[in-house]
Design a protein around this ligand. Structure first.
Ligand code: GRF
Length: 210
């Protein structure tokens, strides 16, 4: 099976995915995901995560919004380039642009995202800061199928972390990312093994609605 990953930044989730997929899986991974990351796309030329792809000899493509008249044209190009890789799954891993409805429709049911909050709490940006400022005692991350809303598709799996008194944003980001690196490969494996699907806007695992 074939996975395409979209990033904008440091790409630590991408790194973990590469380390869990054949043929680049670490020796310590006992059950690698039976899929290959066939391409990585970024909307930022400087995205640190591109290096993880290059190190693994995975093709990378940078597509910049400034080279297109509007977001529709940009997403149309992006979708066309992604389709060339015939992906079974498109994974958003710190991809910081909101996708157009057309793009989402092209990949509905095989497009997933990870968002650093316990959705439906805190869609959008600065989730960690908002959780701390609101005095929350827990925070976390959510993996969801993507629909055309903002961080709004059906949730597949969440991981919680505590917020301790005195935590700053960076500490919380790191704590959340540690959990992301555990659960994103797991969910991708479910999907690749055919255990996870989206039907009529509902996510199912092993035939049971989530
Ligand atoms: C993650 O926290 C993810 O939830 C959010 O952006 C961050 C990406 O981190 N969407 P990285 O680029 O994978 O290190």
């Amino acid at each position: 099976k074939r996975i395409v990953v979209l990033i904008s930044g440091s790409g630590t989730n991408l790194k973990t995915i590469i380390e869990n997929c054949k043929p680049t899986a670490l020796e310590t991974i006992s059950q690698p995901i039976d899929a290959e990351v066939v391409a990585v796309f970024s909307n930022q030329a400087q995205a640190g995560g591109l290096q993880f792809a290059r190190d693994a000899n995975i093709p990378t493509q940078v597509i910049l919004t400034k080279d297109y008249p509007d977001r529709e044209a940009f997403d149309k190009k992006l979708a066309a380039q992604i389709l060339q890789y015939k992906p079974d799954l498109v994974v958003l891993a710190g991809y910081m642009l909101i996708l157009t409805a057309d793009f989402v429709h092209t990949f509905t049911g095989k497009l997933i995202n990870i968002h650093p909050s316990l959705l439906p709490k805190y869609p959008g940006l600065n989730t960690h800061k908002r959780a701390i400022e609101n005095g929350d005692t827990e925070h976390g991350t959510s993996i969801h199928f993507v629909d055309s809303g903002l961080d709004s598709g059906p949730v597949i799996l969440q991981a919680k972390v505590p917020i301790f008194p005195g935590d700053d944003e960076i500490m919380l980001i790191e704590r959340v990312k540690y959990q992301e690196h555990q659960i994103y490969p797991l969910v991708i494996k479910w999907f690749i093994d055919g255990r996870l699907l989206l039907k009529d806007k509902v996510a199912y695992l092993d035939g049971k609605a989530l």
